[in-house]
Design a protein around this ligand. Sequence first.
Ligand SMILES: Nc1ncnc2c1ncn2[C@@H]1O[C@H](COP(=O)(O)OP(=O)(O)O)[C@@H](O)[C@H]1O
Ligand SMILES: CC(C)(COP(=O)(O)O)[C@@H](O)C(=O)NCCC(=O)O
Ligand SMILES: [K+]
Length: 255
Amino acid sequence: MLLVIDVGNTNTVIGVYKDETLAQDWRIRTVRETTADEFNILARALFADKGIQLTDISKVVISSVVPSSVRILHAFCERYLGLTPLWVNAASVKKLMPILYSNPNEVGADRIVNAVAAYEKYKKALIIIDFGTATTFDAITEKGEYLGGAICPGVVISSDALFQRASRLPRVEMLKAPDRVIGDDTIESIQSGIIFGNAAMVDGMVDRMKQEMNTTPMIIATGGLAPLIAEVSNAIESVDLALTLEGLKIISRAL
Ligand SMILES: Nc1ncnc2c1ncn2[C@@H]1O[C@H](COP(=O)(O)OP(=O)(O)O)[C@@H](O)[C@H]1O
Ligand SMILES: CC(C)(COP(=O)(O)O)[C@@H](O)C(=O)NCCC(=O)O
Ligand SMILES: [K+]
């Protein structure tokens, strides 16, 4: 079985593939100061719960945007799986996708994985939007080249900053789109600002990126908050929550 791990700034997603099929997936918090031994306890428990043994794993592919996780997960794989994990970076996907960033080593591994997955699926010019800790935009040409994109404060962290810094504002837990954009109470005004504000940012960014790309890319979104924003954004054509895990599986075949 193939073990794939994507370490994001907030959450770590773990998947196990049996051939082409995702047999199981889990989402855990990204803990920066964990150890290989602690990660082993957690992974073992999650696997056991679904009847999977660590000895069933024959290959590991990992993408991470958290540098401290690299040493920890590398040690976990070597010590407890007896395997050396394959790390996603611009060099490891060289055969699948040219990275046209001025320094390809700078691009976040999660952005590369999303780009590879989306291009494999659609084979056309694309803009991928990932609503994670950051909201990222990635532009892919019709030939399958990674051009770059944009990094914006994420929906949740930017809202958190608002609640922390504005004394009178209540924390709005339930993020949902209000019926109209002109809120007539505080809760509705905050919801409008967060949801319609982020959707307008998406639509505006997509318009500008399209102009620079000089083509009509397909616009797809991923990340936990993608369905919420996609509902009110005009630009987003499709939401694909499995994009990152799929990308890791595709990359595993090429490594
Ligand atoms: N289904 C969801 N509903 C609401 N919030 C979510 C959902 N999934 C993720 N989030 C929130 O969105 C933010 C980004 O999460 P995630 O996509 O896991 O980020 P990352 O990939 O950067 O770790 C976090 O604050 C998380 O709590
Ligand atoms: C932009 C990111 C912070 C997004 O991380 P995420 O929201 O998925 O946790 C990450 O991809 C990253 O650290 N990138 C490196 C800089 C770059 O892509 O140019
Ligand atoms: K991510």
